[in-house]
Every structure is written in C-alpha cells, then in structure tokens.
Write a protein that binds this ligand. Structure first.
Ligand SMILES: [Zn+2]
Length: 371
C-alpha cells in the first residue's frame, strides 16, 4: 500500500470512528395518542433537517400486540417500544410494514431482537424491494449526500467560530447542535441491520389478535408496488400508511391511476378513524376524498394536455389557474406555508411527472437508484 493510500485509509478509519462514537442528541419521547381504545399512535420528532419517521401504531389485543411500521431508525423504534411497554406488558406478536420507504421499517431489528417469535409481515412485492433495491436506493444518501451535508454544516460552524461576534458564537452553538443530530442520524442509518418480513401476503390477511380482528390489505399499486394498510372492521378504523399523509401525501414514485383507485376503495370502507402514515389522526374520510379528487383532477388534466401534444409544465400552469384545483389545494393545506411547499413538490411536480410517465407507458415495479 502506498503512503498516500495508507493516509487515505487512516483518514477514512478516523472518519468512521468519529461516526461510530457519535453520542445520542437529546430527543423528546415519542408523542402518544389513543384515538380508539387499545389503538395507540406514536409520532417522533424529526431528525433535524435530515429526515423524519412515519407514525408507528400499536394495536393491543387479548393475545398480544400488533405494531404497524417501526420508524426510520433503531433508536426511534426503541423509544416507541419503551412507550408501548408503559401501556402493556403483552408481547408484540406481529409487526406489519406498510411499504419499503426507510422511515417506516428501519427500526424492525429492535422488535425482532426483543420478540424472537415475531411474525414480520409485508406485501410480497415490498419484501422483494426491501431485500435489495430499497437498500441500494438509500446508498447514495448514506455514502454521498448526507456526508456532504454534514461537511457543509461543519464548514459553517468553523466559519462562525472564526468570527468573533457574540451573535456568530450563538449561531455556531446552534449549528453544532444541528451537526450533532446529523452525525448521529447518519450513524443510526449506517448501523441498521435490515430485517426482512418472514411472512408475505398478496391481497388480504386477517390476524386474530384476541378480541380483535385486524385485516392486512393491499389494493393496487399506489404509493409503491406493495402498499399494505390495516382495516379494523369492528372499530371502523383505517391505518393507511403513506397511502394518505396529513396534510400532504408524499407522492414520489407513485402509480397515479392505481393510487386513485386505492383511495376510492379506502373511502368506500367509510372509516370513522383514519390514521395516516405521517401527521395527525383524522375523523371520517374527508381528507381521503379531498386527496383523491385532487389527484383525479390532475390525472385528467395530464391526459388532456398530453392529447393536445403538450407536456408537464403547461399542465401545471393550467392546474394552478383552475379554481376547483385551487379550492381543493386550500382545503388540503389549510393555507399553511410548509404544507404549501410540500404540496407543490409532491402533489403537483412529482405526481404530474408520474402521471405523464404512466400515460406514456406502463410503469414498472423498480426503484430508480438515483433520485
Ligand atoms: Zn413515510
């Protein structure tokens, strides 16, 4: 090994050891709501500006507990499990994952370790994606994007520290806290042991949890090829995963017509309670209907624009000038500034790009490896 290679290797080892010894920043306990007796929703604080978890739901039956989604890091899953332990000492017997996005299943190892008899369930296509493509999809973020972001924050801290004003030092201290979160988050994600389902399903699976029936269901390809949601018929409770997020659903690599058809089926269940993949629990299906109506309007606009020989940008312009579209948008976002920003990114730009792609040719089940 040359001197240069040795120096690079030791630098890398040093960087690695800095990462692996990162201490845990202070994190608030997950918030807890119980919208119906025995149905518990846990939400965690975001990981600074670098990530956020999906909701994790615990359903307590006489024979044990079913958990739906296990957060985006082992630490968050452990924090949720500690809260579950305050509610019940019964074992977690089932862990169901809604889809392959990391923020919903990277904490699975915590449950698998704690409960050796655990049945870990996902749709068969979700398992296929978790076993390889999902890991590859996350690789550029872990190897390139997050380290680059951390390096930029490190530089910003050094620049502030080099300036002498009290305001600069205060800024630097705030940035250092931000940096600690980013480093710890990277360490958590790099340390994940992907834990795969040991039971897959295609359409329906009913779990008898002792005094409760929980249906694990899949309709069509919607947000991903293998979305799973829960339906509790006796309670009329829907646990939607990212099929619905409150207030704005993250469309990403979605399947527009299948998603619309799926939302129609969810509405037809007439749920009393809807627990979204992220955000607050809802009463009734109004938000489902608003989101479905919006997507239908967009897909129709994409079809008409394409038939006229035009592309995504003219379609977007047309939608933004459509009073009905604007009314739906306002009802979905409530006029909230951050919801407005995510609305345009996910529900307009991402959704339209997938709508045009779907109108061009059937979409496949793969995950692009580059964002
Ligand atoms: Zn999510």
């Amino acid at each position: 090994m040359s001197i240069l290679a040795l120096a690079v290797a030791s630098l890398l080892a040093c960087a690695q050891s800095q990462i692996t010894t990162e201490s845990r920043p202070s994190r608030p306990a997950p918030t807890h709501a119980e919208p119906l007796p025995g149905i518990h929703v846990f939400s965690t604080a975001p990981y600074g500006d670098v990530g956020l978890d999906g909701n994790s739901i615990a359903i307590v039956g006489d024979d044990g507990i079913l958990v739906f989604d296990s957060n985006g890091t082992p630490d968050a899953a452990q924090a949720v499990l500690s809260e579950i332990r305050k509610i019940s000492r019964a074992p977690v017997r089932y862990l169901v994952h809604s889809h392959w996005h990391w923020d919903h299943w990277y904490g699975a190892e915590v449950y698998a370790r704690e409960f050796p008899g655990l049945t870990l369930i996902a749709h068969e296509k979700t398992r296929e994606l978790m076993a390889g493509p999902a890991i590859e999809f996350n690789r550029p973020g872990l190897e390139r994007d997050l380290p680059a972001h951390i390096a930029a924050v490190e530089k910003a801290v050094a620049d502030r520290r080099a300036d002498s004003g009290a305001a600069d030092q205060k800024d630097a201290a705030a940035l250092e806290r931000h940096l600690a979160m980013d480093r710890w988050f990277l360490q958590q994600k790099r340390g994940v042991h992907p834990t795969l389902p040991n039971l897959t399903f295609r359409d329906r699976l009913t779990i008898h949890l002792g005094g409760r029936s929980v249906e694990v269901r899949h309709e069509e390809r919607a947000i991903t090829p293998g979305d799973a949601y829960l339906w509790l018929p006796a309670e009329k409770a829907l646990v939607a995963g990212d099929l619905l997020i409150y207030p704005v659903t993250f469309a990403l690599f979605c399947y527009p017509s299948g998603w619309i058809a799926t939302l129609r089926k969810l509405e037809a269940l007439r749920p009393d309670v809807v627990i979204p993949g992220h955000g607050a629990t809802l009463r009734g299906s109004e938000h489902l209907a608003l989101t479905r109506e919006l997507l239908e309007r967009e897909l129709a606009a994409a079809r008409e624009t394409k038939a006229a020989g035009e592309g995504q940008e003219p379609c977007k312009k047309r939608l933004l000038g459509d009073p009905k579209f604007c009314e739906l948008r306002k009802k979905i976002t409530g006029g909230d500034a951050s919801a407005e920003a995510t609305f345009e990114l996910y529900l307009v730009d991402w959704f339209l790009s997938r709508a045009f792609a779907e109108l061009e040719a059937p979409l496949d089940d793969g995950i692009p490896t580059e964002r």
